[in-house]
Design a protein around this ligand. Structure first.
Ligand code: M6R
Length: 615
């Protein structure tokens, strides 16, 4: 969480840093700030609120001149979101300025020590402690900024991506990372610093992703020097060519990123399987699996670790892997798994699912699994992300950048990758027949067009949204493959409209939640033909006899449920294991329209951040 951005070079830094912050705002948006150096003066402006508020304040208060700048958009951890706690933070002398994404866990003891040496603190943040620790090292040991940052970081416990500037050495920026992402854009005599590459994509395609435990000194017009923070050893910079383009990270005519990303799902899914699924040859190619097939196929069990929406994709995968590849699967919240001394053996394959590839709990779960000898496999969207690098092997989802905080295309592309994995394994192990395998591939090929079809229900969904937008609660029910979809539908509604919603296996309703049902309660039921249809119809009857309002997601042409439900939304028919790819779509649209009608900030819902890099 928190986005950091920096620039040093020959351009005006302000527009680069400001635009960069706008692009990184998905990472946190409770306050923002920028510091600029114009060759003489180090100026700073920061404020509670959005980057747009910062722009207004900054342009009224300080000059925007300067070819060095750093900026920050915050998701508060230490200290409430207010002007003072916003980043950047100055050292006591006012010479050094820092931006930080992460948490310094031992900040309190370091602060006490610094106070005994006369340092004063204006904010409640751990970051202000770090910048003063750096200043203290410089004053005691008479070292350059890079060395001082290194010495200071070796005294800290926690996680960070930082950028530090010292006006006494105005031609350099020092950056470091441990547990939080940091990319360096390499241009012609200029450098860009950012939490991900989106802030500098229009300036350069060349990027260095720092590894955990590395720091770099970037000097105007010189080469980057990268070192290990612990032992000072030099690291050869590895410059990658970025595949991202500007169009992918802009709204493209849609009102919100979330809506754009919902509509991108047909192409995102075909991008996910293109080149992997060779239907005519009857082959699935996935390098991460091909290279490790014996190890993966001989696993005694799969453990899936993930958080939030990715955890829901993991639940869908549990059904698919057990069904098609006959491998026992456990699906764990990464945050629970990492702290409960789980039984893991060398015979386990631990699969991490993460859109960002940066989620702290998922990363820690993978590290733990590796320590215990398991083979680890990452299903990530962001190329080069921490989890994709930490795992033994993996498969990218290729969904393209997902900017809306509420995950949409990440979910469906994760399911696509996991389905391909299950089919590949099933074929290798002989647990799926050739004809069934081929049938699955052909059905998968049809999914993008079927999603396009599902998107046509937008008008009906908008009408339903208008009827139920003021409901204080909502229940989502599904069975089998559609139970995780019910959980996902409820999560979408909660996170962007702030309406309380619960997802439940439809048959479990009678063990408790049925008590909630009355004429005020909207109940969204996923009742597609493939997937325990008759049983779900009985559950619908139970809701109807208690006067609940039924919004049913049904297969095209279904008349039985139409007679029972208050509203129906149709999706095309497909095989059972692929239904989540279709039934999810109306639920995404329903939550989107309700949130818009309620005037909520769809892309940046309160209290949330896109990538949760703190535990
Ligand atoms: O980047 P990840 O997939 O690891 O993120 C996990 C969750 O934080 C994420 O899915 C979150 O639940 C989304 N906001 C849901 O829409």
């Amino acid at each position: 969480m928190c986005g950091i951005v920096g620039y040093i070079g020959h351009r005006e830094a302000y527009p680069v840093v400001l635009k960069g912050l706008q692009r990184l705002e998905y990472r946190g948006y409770d306050s923002a700030g920028i510091a600029l150096y114009d060759g003489a003066e180090l100026k700073m402006c920061k404020t509670k609120g959005k980057v747009a508020d910062l722009k207004t304040k900054l342009e009224a208060e300080i000059s925007t001149k300067g070819t060095v700048g750093i900026g920050h958009t915050r998701w508060a951890t230490h200290g409430e979101p207010n002007d003072v706690n916003s980043h950047p933070h100055y050292s006591n002398s006012g010479d050094i300025v820092i931006i930080h994404n992460g948490i310094i866990e031992n900040y309190d003891s370091l602060k006490k020590e610094l106070k005994t040496r006369g340092y004063e603190f204006k904010s409640d943040t751990d970051t202000e402690v770090l910048v003063n620790l750096i200043e203290d090292v410089i004053s005691k040991e008479d070292v350059k900024l890079g060395k001082a940052v290194q010495i200071a970081l070796n005294q800290t416990i926690g996680a960070y991506a930082i950028a530090v500037f010292n006006k006494q050495k105005p031609d350099e920026l020092v950056v470091a990372r441990l547990g939080s992402p940091l990319a360096i854009g390499v241009g012609e005599d200029e450098f860009f610093i950012a939490s991900d590459a989106s802030p500098f994509i229009e300036f350069t395609n060349n990027a260095i992703y720092l590894e955990d435990g590395e720091m770099a000194v970037v000097r105007r017009g010189k080469e980057v020097k990268i070192r290990k923070i612990k032992d000072d050893s030099l690291v050869d910079p590895y410059i990658q060519e970025l595949q991202m383009n500007l169009e992918q990270i802009e709204k493209g005519g849609y009102e919100h990123f979330m809506l754009k990303e919902i509509h991108e799902q047909p192409s995102a899914i075909s991008d996910t399987y293109r080149g992997r699924m060779l239907v005519d040859e009857g082959i699935i190619r996935m390098a991460g699996m091909d290279d490790n097939m014996e190890r993966i196929a001989n696993a005694k069990r799969f453990i899936i670790v993930a958080c939030g929406t990715s955890w829901h994709a993991g639940l869908v995968a549990e059904y698919i892997f057990e069904d098609i590849a006959r491998i026992p699967v456990e699906v764990e919240y990464a945050s629970e798994f990492r702290y409960r001394n789980p039984v893991i053996s060398e015979n386990d394959v631990v699969i991490a699912i993460s859109q960002s590839g940066e989620t702290a709990d998922t990363m820690a779960a993978i590290k733990l699994a590796k320590e215990k000898g398991a083979f680890t496999f990452g299903v990530c969207n962001v190329v080069g992300s921490s989890i994709s690098r930490e795992t033994n092997a993996g498969a990218y989802t290729h969904a393209g950048p997902e900017i809306g905080v509420a995950s949409t295309k990440a979910f469906t592309t994760q399911i696509t990758v996991l389905t391909l994995m299950a089919l590949k394994l099933g074929k290798f192990k002989g647990t799926i027949s050739h004809s069934d395998f081929q049938y699955h591939l052909r059905e998968m090929e049809l999914i993008p067009n079927k999603i396009k079809d599902s998107l046509k229900s937008d008008t009906i969904i908008r009408e339903i949204a208008n009827i139920y937008k003021d409901a204080p609660n909502c229940l989502y029910l599904g069975r089998g493959y559609n139970f995780p979809v019910a959980l996902e539908g409820a999560l979408k509604l909660k996170e962007i409209s702030y309406i309380h919603a619960e997802g439940y296996p439809a048959a479990e309703m009678k063990h408790g939640p049925i008590a909630l049902i009355d004429e005020q309660m909207p109940v969204v039921v996923i009742a597609t033909k493939k997937g325990h249809y008759e049983k779900v119809v009985s559950n619908i009857q139970e809701i109807k006899s208690r006067k609940g309002k039924i919004i049913a997601i049904v297969t095209h042409g279904d008349e039985e449920v139409r007679d029972l439900a208050d509203h129906v939304i149709e999706v095309p028919e497909t095989i059972e294991s692929l239904t989540p790819l279709l039934t999810t779509i109306p639920l995404q649209l329903l939550s989107y329209h309700i949130a818009v009608m309620l005037g909520k900030n769809v892309d940046q819902p309160r209290n949330l951040a896109k990538s949760v890099t703190v535990e």
